[in-house]
Structure formats: structure tokens, C-alpha cells
Design a protein around this ligand. Sequence first.
Ligand code: SF4
Length: 504
Amino acid sequence: MTREADPRAVHWLFGDQLGPHFIDPARGGPHRDAPLLMIESRSVFRRRRFHRAKAHLVLSAMRHRAAELGDRVRYVRADTYRQGLEEAVGDAEVTVHHPTSRAAHAFVHALPSVRVLPARGFLVTHDEFRTWADGRGTKQLRQEDFYRWVRRTHDLLMEGDSPAGGRWNLDHDNRQPPPRGATGLGLPAPYRPRESDIDDEVRADLDRWSRDGDVEFVGDDGPRGFPATRREALAALRRFVEHRLATFGAHEDAVLAGDATMSHSLLSTSLNLGLLDPAECVERAEARWRSGGVPLNSAEGFVRQVAGWREFVWHLYWYFGTDYRTSNALRHHEPLPDWFTDLSPEGTEANCLSRTLEHVRATGWTHHIPRLMILGSFALQRGWEPRAVTDWFHRSFVDGYDWVMVPNVVGMSQYADGGRMTTKPYTSAGAYIDRMSDLCGPCRYKPSVRVGEDACPFTAGYWNFLHRHRERFEHNVRMVRAVRGLDRLRDLDALLEQERDRAD
Ligand code: SF4
């Protein structure tokens, strides 16, 4: 029997619990008359040097939500969450939905007067995931299996017991390079919000914090590019589904220098702030396909990202335990260079890396391929410390949260978990970047060259990485062919010496 919510208990909303599904009594939320509390904690921004656009977005979204909720919410600005709670409620009872970080989860559980309600904002509950995963053993948790199970159990893109179109996985249709000679996909631009007085106030506060030397930021705080309210988030979802989803599938892995957003939804910030519920996103994409508005591979690619990857990453964050974040199976310990942590595109002559950093500095966002196959792959090849790489992604991206970045970076991008999450490391030589982008043409390096002045850092770095970890990967069925390729390199010694010199 579920315990009935106490109408007098204050319900605390974290800054990523901003949508209506976090205060819905019909979905296990607080009593409809429960007073609400929001705490803006300055110490959160002191802990890391966040991208300023991210700090702006989070504060703007929280303050917009508080303005919408009016007298029902008490909005406290405090140095820490503990101080904010003491000021607002003393030791009275408080309810809160399961927070999204381990640190916040431990904090609320240690408070005597806080009752933690189940997590919201995901399709699959913790108990459902544990039941699914426990039957498999932690070594065999694969996103593809999980995704098919979610499709079945949530009846997403299904025709009876079979996947719509007869295939679960349409990745083969969805890995096309960019259209030849094109500088962009020529689509209607993604939704961009209009700023309000609240944004002006946030910008003034951030200026003051920086001036006082209290908080340090990185990156540009240009016009806010992502939704801060439910209304804006719904407009962004509508625009994506109606105007941009149709071409999402085919080119979801392609990169064009002149079209940073391509056909991507840019909905991750809205989902991760809790402004959108994943169920409504995938249902709208499916409805659009069923009405004939978009091809199946596009709808499936989007559903896979939201109902597959996003859910999988959320649950692995909790399922793999507290030590997962410090995994370092490849024993990588190199520090990140300053130009990378400072988001300085001038720090590298590699065009792909420079252009990607430039875009991250300007917006705090790039789509998944620059993240994985340019930024993450470079870090992996250079042997950078995975925990520091995870922290960098967390603070530099507008949609980065602890639960997002720990599995995505430790597991997927840096292979620091030794293969618990993926079957092989995600890294490649320059040929992949050349095939999937238009970035190599103007570059001073050549993707096919391994050694010498024109040697592509990704191509040389790839072979150097394989050489360093040969013993580990020569027994991996997905890597064995690549590792054997080392034996055909007549210039391997020169390449290794070159990479040693580059590292010094
Ligand atoms: Fe990047 Fe190499 Fe291509 Fe230059 S040649 S853009 S460094 S992959």
C-alpha cells in the first residue's frame, strides 16, 4: 500500500526536476496542496569551472519555474543546500523525488526529516532495471538488449510482438556520411528561445559572481540557446518532430563544419532539466511516423537515443555502484592540457578538434559524434585520466550531469571500465572522420598520413593506442583485425617515436 502524501510536508524540487511530472500526485508526487521549495546553492557552481552557458541555463530554468509556481514555492538562495533547507523548513518533514546524482542522493538520505520519493523523468524504474539486469550478470549488459526490452515492455514502434518494419536495429540506414559537397542539410533551424528579464537578471548575477572571484566559468554566455521553460521545451519538441526529425536518421552520425546542429533534436537539455518527459518525446516521434510524416529509420534512431541510450546510461550509473566512476582499466594517467580545459581552439592545429572546441566554447554543445569520435577519441588515444575527462565533459556541456557523464565517458568513451558497457573502445584513425565529415579537407594534416609533418594526430594516435594496448585487445573479437593491422605497418617504429616526441 502506498503511503498517502502529507499535504503539509514541503516538497523540494531540485534544479533538474522542473516539469509537471515532478509535482503530479497521480504519479507518486507530493500532495496537490503541498508547499514547494527550491534552493539555489552557490556552492554547486564553486565545485567545478562550469561552462557559463550551462550555469545560465540552469539558473534561468530554475528561476522561470519559480516564477510560474508563484506563491506555492519558496525560492531560497543559499550557500549550500543544507543552509537553504535549514532556512526554509528547519527540521520539518520534507519530501523530494530521488535526486539524479550520487552525492545529492546520499545527502538527502542522510537527512532525518527528508522522505525520498521514487525517481521521475525516466521510462524504466530502478526496480524494473534491476530485475532485467540481475538476470544477465554485469558483464553482459548491452544497450541493444536493453533497448529491445524497453521497446517491447513500453510498446514502442512495435507491430504485435515484432519490431515495426521487421528489424530492431536500423543503424545500417543511419550511418550515412554527409551529402557530398553540401555545407549543411538545409533544414529549418532548430527552435531557439527568446530571452526574458529573468535571463538579464541571471547574467548580471553571474557577472557579479565572476567579478567577486567567487565562481569561475569557462566558455561564452551568448544568447540562451536552449529552453528554460516547459512552454519553450514543448515548442522545441514540436519543431523537431514536425520539421527536423524526417532527416535525423540518415545523417545522425555525420558532421558538417557549416551545420553544427544537422538534424539533431537538441532536446537533451530539456529532458535533463526535467522540462520534458521522455515518454512524450518518443510517443510524438512514433505518432509522426505512424501518420506517414517521417521514415521509420528516423523515428527509430530518435527512439533509440531516448528510450535506449538515455535510459541505459541512467540505470548503469546506479547499477554499477559508487566505485565505477574511478575505473581506469587502461591505466591512463595523463593530465588534460590547458588549451583543452580552457576550450581554446587555438591550442591545436587539428581542424576537427579545433572546430569542435570552438563550437563547445560558443554554445556548450555538440552532437554525439564530435563528442565521441573527436573529443573523446583524442582523449583516449592520448591516455588522459578518465576521471578528469569525465569531469571536463560534465562541466563543459549544457546537458552534462553526473549521471549522464560517468557511464558515457568512463564506459563508452574512455573504455575505462574494461568493457562492462561496450564491446570495444570507440576510437578511430582520421579516415573515419574524413568519411563522416568535411573537416579534413581544410586541415593542415592529411588523414591518410601516419608519420611526418602531415601526419594526422588521429591516425598516428590510433595506431599508437593499439600498440600500447595490444595485449588487451588482441583477444577482443571486435578488435583483433585492427590489432593485427599493426603487423603490416612498416613505419611503426617511426610512428611510435613520433608519438613519444609529440607527448613530451
Ligand atoms: Fe582531424 Fe586528421 Fe582530419 Fe585533420 S586530417 S581534420 S586532424 S582527422
